[in-house]
Design a protein. Sequence first.
Length: 598
Amino acid sequence: MATPRVLALTTGLLYVVGGCAVALIGAGLGQRQTVRALVVAVAAVAIVIGLALLGWGESLPRWCFHTLVATGTVLITVMVATAPTAQAEVAFAAIYVFIAVDAFFFFAWPQAVLQLGLMLIAQTVVVSVHGRGGPGVALALALLWTSVGGVVGAIVRVASSARVDSLTGLANRRGWDDELRSALDLAHRRQVPLSVALIDVDHFKRVNDQLGHAAGDDLLRGLAEDWSAALPSDSRLARRGGDEFALLLPGRNGPQALVVVERMRAAGRTQAVSCGVAEHQRTETGGDLLRRTDAALYTAKAAGRGRTVLSGQEHDSLVRDLAVALERQEIEVVFQPILALGGTEAVGVEALARWERPQHGLVSPAEFIPAAESAGLIGALGASVLRKACAGALLLQRSWGQDLLLTVNASGRELTEPGYGQGVLDTLRQTGWPAHRLVVEVTESLVDGSTERALETLAQLREHQIAVAIDDFGMGYSAFSRLDTLPADYLKLDRSFIAPITTSRRRLAMLRALLELSHNLGLMVIAEGVETPEQAQLLADLGCPLVQGYLYGRPLPPALCALPSPRRAADTGAGNPPPGQGRSRTPPADRLSAVSEA
Ligand code: C2E
Ligand code: CA
Ligand code: CA
């Protein structure tokens, strides 16, 4: 119920004061040599134990404190038993109050009652059988200590309920933050490692929405139980609120903590969770440590959830380099064509960020976008990409001689940043790209589990004629039933959904149904990751309005981006455009080679 530090300080102080009390009572007796020697010995032992506890007690395991309280009972009983007068006997017995206070202050009810029971038996035996007090005094003292213990226990529990989560019985945010503070203090003084972990239940909102809040509560309670059983005794698990748990791992460095957390994750019931782990760095405050842990958790979620990420040096240096690249405007933008009419006519481009990291080469956006998100750089990155995307798309329009749709990706954190919508509008004004030909791509999970603010931002964009696309649909947990509530104009079918359509009849049937449904709901479908002529043919036959993929063109810088040729699309076997709508523009040979080389 208390931090190891408070436990050690209080118990140590009670031992020192108890020892002094024994010495003072003994000094007033002044008779037999043997009694005096015993008083001195017991007082000295108690004071030494007390001082040792004050100095080093906080690293002792909890069972040691149970032993210490029982030892206190034994020492006091010895003094009562050897007291030469009835007054001395009662005076020594008065020290039993410390046992009641300590036990009920720190131990759970059953353990405290056990300690009290032990003490009452010892006292009753020694006072009523051996001593001079008789059963009346023994009973009076027993009543006294029981009520003192009970009152202390009740007061402590009322006070500490503010630190306990009522659903799981674990510490709550307040309780855990206190423990973190004292663990940091101890790690600092002892120069021992300390790691923390933040744990988030994946798709918890769905459990609540689909199965009800009672099921959600059961899940949280069950996870807390499973994990508590699997964790080492010196760790401290807490529920910091909602579906977020926190874990304190004293004495463990990052890699060791990672092992503990992975074991804990495996012990939890079926629901997947994401975890971020960080080891405390010497100069870091608790707030810094939690921020880094949270960033690692965010990376785990962005990388697909159901995993643990250890905040590491490599991550930190990546973030540093990325910040420099952003400052120097070195994040570039490439464009991948989006085609209509069975892949015969280019109607737009998707802008994708590219970063050539010094000494490392090209870094995948799948790596640097989550890093930018976790480090708070995503706003600057998104704004820079949008600016370059607008400028590049204007160039493409000129060289292709036609109007284009421009799609850009936005990440979850970006949408919740204040001023995102206004920033987009400002960039459009400055670059001259028309709002009605901009599409912002967001992932479904973002729309699903996101805050009011993200949804408000999307609404704000749509009010200004900027379209919204749901990216990566069909990957992971997408549900058909969500389609009518998504605040979107376009639906981008993920590559993993498209890839099996030529081999799986069931997938083909799903695609057909999805196209029909989207059509009826007024959602424009873009099939992503089209790589083979067979896929292209099937999509054309099913009337998929828009397609995108390596078959038509890889993402390239604007200067190298050629207009995908109708001849090439027809070569793929994709359906022919309706009469009068096909373009017969033949691009120059150098453009064609740029496409085929890509
Ligand atoms: P995404 O938005 O789903 O982008 C499509 C990814 O698939 C791109 O990878 C693209 O190069 C790749 N791709 C396109 N056609 C094919 C194909 O036929 N076959 C295969 N195998 N892959 C294809 P990239 O450029 O590496 O981007 C990865 C992800 O990074 C993107 O997925 C997007 O989520 C994110 N991203 C990229 N640029 C940005 C950006 O500026 N801002 C944000 N927030 N995210 C970005
Ligand atoms: Ca995208
Ligand atoms: Ca996608």
